[in-house]
Design a protein around this ligand. Structure first.
Ligand code: ADP
Ligand code: MG
Length: 479
């Protein structure tokens, strides 16, 4: 199976493969390219576009093969792997002469004969780490570093553990490091960050070889090794690394042979003083279906939980991402997103990307209205999660009143105020209309709901203790 710990160099067959090509003017290639780029931007969103695709340069067409270049081999391989099909499909649609797209590397100086195109996006490319991890088996996302990881209450412990492992792999008490939490909470980000940190040469430290891969990839490799009768080679390669990272271990559930192999590798590495980092969607004890002895060993080191995000963390993440992308997003819009998109950070980022792409394409400022419009479908999906009933229940628990009071006609302050709070929360946490909300509160009129919303908004502005109370309710509802 060849060298299993794949180095990024190996993926490139040809060095310095750039050769200038003629005839950019023919076939209207430059115009087609501009259209392909616009479609790519619309398809992947602005942040991704700017991180990866902006650096693709059109080189020329030879026969039915269109050649594009990227400044580094890493970028070339990544873009080819992640976007190759998309780029090819868009080219084929734009220009019937193109059958294939070839990705090459070209030094920046050799790229000067490329057509200069109007850039759909003006802001600078976020700096990707220049270090390339030696011997890492899967490419690392250059955006997933410690620098770009926003730390807050829900993830500070996991972050601290990850930092510690990156600074001093295989320290007592931190081996293995087991990171767990729901989808999109930052497990993969932290693992890549550890890998980046370790693979960046530090003065006075021996180079560290890191193998990072998903559990699925691990399984795939293992099965291939079995097939091609190269399991010994597989084992040796795997056991030669200093740090082994397996992402999404839950995929090994029910895959007994692979689990067994992983278990042995795990033991061999730990015995040799090497670091293991594993992520999963559940804690070791909750990963039922995993062999007991493996489960026990996984729980032996440090187990760190990534909790569900909070409003504060979501807001900070959005702020950081917007800043990194070089776009100015009004705090109001950030707040809106952080309140509405509560499931996980991936969705949050996706929503921001869509907004930014939209604003760029139509050259419109990012207002709350635009946000509502563009994210219509996402918001609708989220509304299903916070229901008016749920809001009423929480508010009643909080103020210690009966749920029937939400619909009753009683006007006593200790009843009416919580009812107003519930209406207010229904307004800001769901996208239900005022009449709709009114119906849930004993068929009240929409003007009553509007009055409640105004009254509570006013009170929040005047009374800090009250504001805190409402904020607390809001937060518990969102999480
Ligand atoms: P998981 O592996 O837990 O499913 P990821 O690590 O893939 O989640 O994170 C999903 C997305 O959210 C990624 O783009 C990641 O960069 C981003 N993300 C998650 N947590 C944070 C954070 N604390 N700061 C910045 N970005 C984050
Ligand atoms: Mg992940």
């Amino acid at each position: 199976m060849g060298s299993w710990v794949m180095s990024l160099e190996r993926a490139s067959k040809r060095e310095s493969e750039f050769e200038p090509m003629a005839s950019l003017g023919e076939n209207h290639l430059a115009e087609d390219w501009a259209r392909v780029r616009a479609r790519l931007l619309a398809e992947v969103g602005e942040v991704e576009y700017r991180t990866w695709l902006k650096q693709v340069t059109l080189s020329g067409l030879t026969g039915d093969e269109l050649v594009v270049t990227l400044p580094t081999r890493f970028l070339r391989d990544w873009v080819n792997k992640e976007y190759g099909e998309l780029i090819t499909a868009f080219w084929q649609a734009e220009n019937g002469a193109v059958r294939r797209v070839e990705f090459r590397t070209a030094p920046a100086s050799a790229r000067s004969n490329a057509p200069s195109l109007a850039e759909p996006v003006a802001a600078p490319v976020p700096a990707a780490p220049s270090a390339k991890p030696e011997g890492s088996s899967a490419p690392l996302d250059p955006r997933f570093t410690f620098d770009t990881f926003v730390v807050g209450k829900p993830n500070e412990f996991a972050y601290a553990c990850a930092r510690r492992v990156a600074e001093a792999p295989a320290s007592a008490g931190f081996n293995p490091l087991f990171l767990y939490g729901g989808v999109g909470l930052g497990k993969t980000h932290l693992m890549h960050a550890i890998a980046w940190e370790l693979s960046t040469r530090q003065p006075g430290r021996a180079p560290v070889s890191v193998a990072y891969m998903s559990a699925e990839k691990f399984m795939y490799r293992f099965i291939n090794a079995l097939r091609s009768q190269s399991t010994l080679e597989f084992k040796n390669e795997l056991r030669s690394v200093d740090v082994l990272m397996i992402d999404d271990l839950q995929f090994l559930i029910g895959k007994d042979n692979t689990q067994e192999e992983f278990f042995h590798t795990f033991n061999a590495l730990v015995d040799a003083g090497k670091q293991i980092v594993v992520s999963a969607d559940k804690s070791p004890s909750d990963l039922s279906g995993l062999e007991d002895r493996l489960r026990t060993r996984l729980g032996c080191g440090m187990v760190a939980d990534l909790h569900a995000t909070t409003f504060e963390l979501r807001y900070s993440i959005l702020e950081a991402k917007a800043q990194r992308a070089g776009v100015d997003v009004a705090p109001k819009v950030l707040e809106f997103l952080a309140r509405k998109i509560t499931s996980n950070n991936r969705e949050l980022e996706g929503a921001l990307n869509r907004l930014v792409a939209h604003a760029n394409l139509f050259n419109r400022p990012l207002t709350l209205e635009t946000a509502h419009e563009v994210l219509h479908d996402v918001l609708k999906a989220h509304d299903r999660k916070i229901s008016i009933q749920e809001i009423q229940k929480r508010v009643c628990e909080h103020y210690n009143i009966r749920i029937a009071e939400m619909s009753s006609a009683r006007r006593a302050r200790n009843i009416a105020r919580p009812r107003q709070v519930a209406m207010y929360l229904a307004k800001i946490l769901t996208s239900k209309s005022l009449p709709d909300i009114g119906r849930h509160f004993g068929d009240r009129d929409h003007t009553t709901v509007m009055h409640a919303v105004n009254r509570i908004t006013q009170l929040i502005a005047q009374d800090a203790a009250f504001a805190e109370d409402v904020e607390l309710l809001k937060r518990t509802l969102e999480n």
